[in-house]
Design a protein around this ligand. Structure first.
Ligand SMILES: Cc1ncc(COP(=O)(O)O)c(C=O)c1O
Length: 474
């Protein structure tokens, strides 16, 4: 059987013994050691860092071993689209850091979201998503998934569990939200939304890109699946694209609907390629990630290159240090920016004025992350002058870099939305998104001060009217 049709359940990325080795250690210890024992065992050279294995496939010792790897009787790597030692090392570490049962890494955050949801949804199903999403996720759901016959609704008041409840349908098979939203830094009430999902028998999938497991571990609050754009804070240095899907523990993937049929037949039903067994029969609570790996990612093919896995792994090893600095600086700058006359509004969960302030206290004791939205009174002209006057902040559509970044959502990431939609999302003509880097905060403040002076020069006298158009948008 060619690797492209492989249903092998081998090529394990998860070595249970290695998982327990760092259990009980703190986050920073785990981010440099988590899950790496198995790799040492498999390296004849004693490499201390997970090496980059650039091999498309892996040799079988003999015909019996080849067959055994395909039936799942023997562990080992087969083909790098399914698993690779370098990507596997990253998967083990991310599973440890998120407190999950198993992880799968793929080529980008978009690939992670697509893989995670295609593992749950099929034509005729319904996805219920927060309205406060990265635009790429929104487009994927509203346009691409719709073409596949998967319906979607967006919950605007995502902080209200009743708002989620109202939009559930009998065909809803997953709830989806960002733990910290892009770009307005709103905090999800993970436990409350998970409760709504579970009462309906379906999982909650959380995009944890902006929070990272250092700030929040959604699985511990009841989420069932976590996805990441590893291109952001996990990698941290703006070098590699990557994505991850992490499966939690305890969700019964074989639950039934009211008529007694499996809610997830692709996981709980007999599969011809598994010899009549199901993914649940074979893997229990790990069925979801195993199926996502072999049944979705191996087929659609969004493979993460081992080189990028190495870069993400390098980034992960300093995650806690960077996130602490990002969050501290972002909170300081958010508080200072809020007091500046040229600024109409600042969105950052660390602020007492934030609608997320109470949830931030509950969910984000280590800080509220790097991303903030700043709305300038002078609208688009002020935003343009502000961005162009910045010297340390790089003008680009990216976030989560050690370097500070800035972008004007209304004319870039959200340009295709109507003005009314942007207002509803709290993005006005004067809104800029900052991703605060790890530079000295005094230097960042001086840069922003210079930019505010430039913005003020472009601020018309009746600017308060312009700004008020976005003020009420929650
Ligand atoms: C919250 C969030 N999720 C997913 C993505 C997509 O990630 P990638 O660019 O790695 O595909 C992004 C990108 O900005 C994001 O901000």
């Amino acid at each position: 059987m060619p690797a492209s049709t492989s249903v092998s359940t081998t090529a394990r990325t998860l070595l249970p013994a290695s998982f327990s080795r760092t259990a009980g250690y703190g986050f920073t210890t785990q981010q440099v050691h988590g899950g790496d024992e198995g790799l040492h065992g498999s390296s004849p050279h004693g490499d201390r860092v997970a090496p980059i294995h650039v091999s498309a496939g892996f040799r079988f010792e003999d015909s019996a071993a080849a067959a055994a790897r395909f039936t799942g009787e023997e562990d080992g790597f087969v083909y790098s689209r399914i698993a690779n030692p370098t990507t596997a090392a990253l998967e083990r570490r991310l599973a440890v850091l998120e407190g999950g049962a198993e992880a799968l890494v793929v080529g980008s955050g978009q690939a992670a979201i697509t893989t995670a949801l295609l593992g749950l949804l099929q034509a005729g199903d319904h996805l219920l998503a927060s309205d406060h999403l990265y635009e790429g996720s929104r487009g994927l759901f509203a346009e691409n998934f719709a073409r596949f016959g998967i319906a979607v609704d967006f919950v605007h008041d995502h902080a209200d569990p009743a708002a989620w409840q109202r939009l559930l349908r009998p065909t809803t098979r997953a709830l989806f939200a960002e733990s910290l939203s892009n770009p307005r830094n709103e905090v999800l009430d993970v436990a409350a939304v998970a409760e709504v999902a579970h009462a309906h028998g379906v999982p909650l999938v959380v995009d944890n890109t902006l929070a990272t497991p250092y700030l929040m571990r959604p699985l511990e609050h009841g989420a069932d699946v976590v996805v990441h754009s590893a291109s952001k804070f996990l990698s941290g240095h703006g070098t590699a694209l990557g994505g991850a899907v992490v499966g939690g523990r305890g969700f019964a993937w074989d639950r039934l609907d009211a008529a007694g049929a499996p809610l997830f037949p692709q996981l709980a039903g007999a599969s011809a390629v598994l010899g009549g067994r199901s993914w649940v029969d074979l893997h229990g609570e790990r069925a979801y990630v195993e199926h996502a790996r072999h049944g979705i990612a191996a087929r659609f093919g969004p493979t993460l290159s081992p080189f990028n896995a190495f870069l993400v792994q390098q980034g992960v090893e300093t995650l806690s240090l960077r996130m602490a600095q990002h969050s501290r600086s972002a909170a300081l700058l958010a508080g200072w920016l809020e007091r500046q006359p040229a600024v109409l509004r600042v969105d950052h969960a660390s602020l007492a004025s934030s609608p997320s302030a109470e949830r931030a206290r509950r969910y984000l004791p280590r800080g509220s992350g790097a991303v903030l939205a700043v709305t300038l009174r002078g609208g688009a002209p002020a935003a343009r002058r502000f961005i162009e006057a910045l010297q340390l902040f790089s003008h680009m559509t990216h976030l989560g870099d050690v370097r500070s970044l800035v972008v004007h959502p209304a004319s870039t990431t959200h340009a295709h939305r109507t003005e009314a939609e942007r207002e509803r999302a709290g993005i006005g003509p004067g809104t800029v998104r900052l991703s605060v880097g790890i530079e000295d905060v005094e230097d960042l403040q001086a840069d922003l001060r210079r930019a505010l002076v430039a913005a003020e020069l472009a601020t018309p006298h009746d600017a308060s009217l312009e700004g008020s158009r976005v003020d009420g948008a929650a």
